[in-house]
Design a protein around this ligand. Structure first.
Ligand SMILES: [Zn+2]
Length: 76
């Protein structure tokens, strides 16, 4: 009867690029203000990519949040 102590309290957030972090504190990750919101990035490299072209980055990754199936399909 005490099955849900874990999960609700563990910090969890989604970086703007679509990466999902569990048991991670967002305070340790880069964040930027964008359109009045605070958004998180997984790495400083990721943040730099965002800052280089915020609108494009946001649009691309916002779409990938819905369909998730884009992950792993990138050509190398
Ligand atoms: Zn990222």
């Amino acid at each position: 009867m005490t099955g849900e102590t874990r999960g609700k309290n563990s910090p969890r957030f989604v970086a703007l690029c679509g990466r999902i972090f569990r048991d991670a504190d967002p305070a340790f990750y880069p964040r930027v203000r964008y359109r009045g919101r605070t958004v998180y990035l997984c790495t400083e490299t990721c943040r730099d990519a965002f800052l280089a072209d915020p609108d494009v980055f946001y649009r691309v990754h916002r779409n990938s949040e819905k369909g998730k199936n884009l992950t792993g399909l990138e050509k190398s």
